[in-house]
Design a protein around this ligand. Structure first.
Ligand SMILES: [Cu+2]
Length: 173
């Protein structure tokens, strides 16, 4: 895998344990939790990796305060939080907030939504008005990659009213 080989060449400081994890395809969940791995800083991302908001689109006017948002990635995979597989991460949706510092865990509040189960879409509820949305991938420890994998920031207008189309009915309990 060329990306992995390049990673190994560019990071001579990798510990043997980390090399082992990479060689194994990074299936070792514990790799990023060890002090040695943490001292290496942010997880690497390929230069051509990117993430985008598939829906809604920039400038979209949305009728209804509850609507679906879906996320897409290219040249990058999605993995749950806590899983340190190379070239993967989990989505974070920034709502009405600028990009947080890139060298520390992404905050976890109503403006910084984590999708740590590996979700690629969500139902969002926002009050009527103008809002901004942007995605940033985070690694196993919720820290943006190096270089960061972020989407364009989009601006949407939310209008009061029922969501169109309405959300699907909840499954029977
Ligand atoms: Cu996270």
């Amino acid at each position: 895998m060329p990306v992995l080989r390049r990673l190994l060449l560019l990071t001579p400081a990798l510990t043997l344990a980390a090399r082992h994890a990479l060689a194994q395809g990074g299936t070792h969940d514990h790799a990023a939790a060890t002090p040695a791995a943490a001292s290496q800083g942010r997880a690497k991302a390929p230069r051509d990796a990117y993430v985008y908001i598939g829906w809604p689109q920039d400038g979209q006017v949305i009728n209804g305060t509850r609507f679906k948002v879906w996320f897409g990635t290219r040249n990058f995979g999605v993995a749950p939080a806590g899983v340190a597989t190379p070239n993967t991460g989990h989505h974070h949706l920034l709502v009405d907030t600028p990009m947080p510092p890139l060298d520390q865990p992404i905050p976890n509040d109503r403006n910084h939504l984590h999708f740590g189960l590996g979700q690629t879409e969500t139902m969002l509820e926002l009050p009527p008005g103008t809002h901004t949305l942007q995605l940033v991938m985070g690694d196993a420890d919720h820290v943006p990659h190096d270089p960061p994998v972020t989407s364009r920031r989009i601006t949407i207008q939310v209008r009061p009213g029922r969501a169109v189309p309405p959300p699907p009915p909840a499954p029977p309990q």
